[in-house]
Write a new protein. Structure first.
Length: 272
């Protein structure tokens, strides 16, 4: 397993990470802590408590449903109370099990609410906290699927495509506050949903990912964490409104290969 790159480049910074209760969010949180930050994990899954405990005294958890404005406010206030301010926001919480073309209005609204409106409102709400620190950095977790036509998927990629626009629009509008807003677009990662689909068989996951990525395997959670640290650190000080593909070159390969992979994934999912 790749170790997170150790550094002190986020010493003294405080990060709020939504969606930190499963593998990818945990790795992002771990990478931030390893780089010196204190991290508050906000997730509706109480498993986030165990993740925070494992990360040690520089991490904490508050149960947060991102579609509740009150709970978003509480999450930010908890970070301020525990760690004295907020410098970094990672919007990672998302839903992905969808019905594609047959989705109802309720399902559309639910996806947009969790995957798009909540990250935007959380950015809006964190700005006053950033201002007291003289600025901040936001990383929105998008997806390589935002730029592809995919079988049986519509809601999730649409929500992530809109998140890419939001990243650009908010980068412009938040720049006067010294706030940078970027996104990352993961490819197929060794993650909780992929583990579930492949019943934990890494070789199946790597085989499927190999036809979607130039680097012929799944990405690791640690590789995603390192990309987030980069976008939050001063090493990326001239980068805003950008999308960083963490996809083993998947975006360079294009839609055709990706679509065949998604078919394989969908078949696996249905079989499970
Ligand atoms: N797994 C991949 O290969 C992959 C690829 C591209 C993008 N992503 C993105 O990475 C991020 C993590 O995804 P994952 O694959 O680990 O999936 P996951 O389902 O394991 O993680 C999503 C997390 O979001 C949380 N969440 C969902 N709804 C919430 C709500 N209303 N309030 C608070 N928390 C909520 C869940 O509890 C969970 O901890 C997501 O943004 C996803 O879109 C993942």
């Amino acid at each position: 397993m790749k170790e997170h790159l150790k550094s002190n480049e986020l010493d003294g910074r405080v990060a709020v990470v939504t969606g930190g209760a499963t593998l990818l969010g945990e790795a992002i949180s771990r990478a931030l802590v390893t780089a010196g930050a204190k991290v508050l994990i906000g997730d509706c899954d109480p498993a986030g408590q165990g993740v925070a405990e494992e990360l040690g005294p520089d991490a904490a958890f508050v149960r947060t449903d991102v579609i509740s404005d009150t709970e978003l406010d509480m999450c930010l206030q908890t970070a301020e109370n525990l760690f004295g301010g907020i410098d970094i926001l990672v919007n990672g919480a998302a839903i992905h099990d969808e019905k594609g073309v047959s989705a109802t209005r309720e399902e559309w609204l639910r996806f947009m609410n969790v995957n798009l409106v909540s990250p935007v409102l959380l950015i809006q709400k964190v700005l006053p906290y950033f201002q007291t620190r003289g600025g901040g950095a936001v990383v929105n977790v998008a997806s390589g699927s935002a730029k592809q036509a995919l079988p049986d998927q519509l809601l999730y990629p649409t929500s992530k495509a809109a998140l890419l626009y939001v990243t650009r629009g908010l980068a412009l509008n938040c720049a006067p506050l010294n706030v940078r807003v970027n996104s990352i677009s993961p490819g197929i990662m060794w993650s909780s949903p992929v583990i579930k689909m492949t019943e934990g068989d890494r070789s199946i996951a790597d085989q499927i990912a190999s036809s979607a990525h130039i680097i012929p395997r799944c990405g690791t959670p640690e590789e995603l964490g390192d990309a987030v640290v980069f976008l939050c650190s001063s090493r990326s000080s001239f980068i805003t409104g950008a999308d960083l593909a963490v996809d083993g070159g998947g975006a360079a390969l294009g839609a055709v290969s990706k679509a065949s992979v998604m078919k394989q994934l969908a078949a696996l999912y249905e079989a499970g």
